[in-house]
Design a protein around this ligand. Structure first.
Ligand code: DGY
Length: 325
């Protein structure tokens, strides 16, 4: 019997290819640059599964072009690129890759936090520039991290992994989320709940870990920056549109906050020119980018595809109603 045909819009990593190899006839986009949209639409036509990155819009247009597709497997935990309702309407299973990237992403949120507090970007540029004249008492003085208050917005798996790392820095950790964990979990993680306004007023560092939803789009706007301490820093490793970039630039220009460290942007790969300032650390959406983690993400997507073809329930289904009945 012919194996089901799969389109992967990336070459993936070998372990993912090995998983697919046995059960599927997989076609990969092998080039280093992202495939043009028309190419994805053309190639997906005769495929029964799609493995895609967060840069692919899985919307009506794509689903219409892919009448045989049974599963759209995102190689990312965030799935704002997928119109889940449209998938459900067409009986297409949509999956993501939660869990495997929590610790790596939390590591990177801390990397950004430390970098912006201690002015690493500026220091590195100076060290490489050939203009460094030697040690000076008030050179590149930053802000202490240890002993400060960390505010976490969005207390899911990644937010909690960020919180766990704070104890080594003797920090007070507060969080806000619509869903509160049990008091036992709060105690174990040594965190205290705050409503959003209290968190904004109290935090020295605010790290965002919410998914991009209608309710979180533009969550960090001018009003929020107004409520933050003028000495506070904003760190974002979630999704760019959670922050109103124009409002952030205005807040930075007016000294409403001390700085920001951003891994994600409103209109990637474009970066608001006003963010290219010394007190902003910029990274190109790389928080989960360790070889170990990215390999696991790709393998998880491959396993989800194989599960559907084997009649099993994939581990990470975003629209379980499709599998009922
Ligand atoms: C995700 O998985 O959503 C990240 O943004 C990329 O790892």
């Amino acid at each position: 019997m012919a194996k089901p045909r799969v389109l992967a819009t990336h070459r993936l990593f070998q372990p993912a290819r090995t998983i697919l190899q046995e059960h599927c006839d997989a076609e990969y986009w092998e080039k280093p640059e992202r495939p043009p949209r028309e190419e994805v639409l053309r190639r997906v036509k005769d495929k029964e599964a799609l493995i895609c990155l967060l840069t692919e819009k899985v919307n009506e247009e794509l689903l219409q072009a892919a009448p045989k597709v049974k599963i759209a497997a995102n190689v990312a935990v965030g799935f704002d690129n997928i119109d889940v309702a449209a998938c459900t309407k067409r009986g297409v299973v949509a999956t993501n890759t939660p869990g495997v990237l929590d610790e790596t992403t939390a590591d990177f949120a801390w990397t950004l936090l430390m970098a912006v507090a201690r002015r690493l970007g500026e220091g590195e540029a100076l060290a490489r520039s050939g203009k460094w004249k030697g040690w000076d008492l008030d050179q590149l003085v930053g802000t202490d991290v240890w002993g400060k208050t960390l505010g976490i917005v969005g207390f899911g798996r990644i937010g909690r992994a960020v919180a766990r790392r704070a104890s080594g820095f003797q920090m007070k950790v507060i969080y806000t989320d619509a869903v509160r964990p049990t008091p036992e979990v709060e105690k174990e993680l040594r965190v205290e709940f705050r409503d959003m306004n209290a968190l904004l007023a109290e935090s020295d560092f605010i790290s965002i870990h919410t998914p991009l939803l209608a309710e979180t789009r533009g969550l960090f706007n001018a009003e929020k920056f107004e409520r933050m301490k003028r000495t506070a820093f904003l760190i974002n490793t979630s999704r760019g549109p959670v922050v109103d970039e124009a409002a952030l630039v205005t807040a930075l220009e007016n000294g409403k906050i001390a700085g920001a460290a951003l891994d994600v942007f409103e209109k990637e790969p474009a970066i608001h020119p006003g963010l290219k300032r010394p007190n902003v650390v910029l990274a190109p959406h790389m928080a989960s980018a360790s070889l170990e983690t990215r390999t696991k993400m790709a393998s998880m997507a491959a396993e989800n595809v194989v599960a559907v073809f084997k009649g099993r329930r994939p581990a990470n289904v975003l629209n379980p109603e499709v599998l009922k009945g």
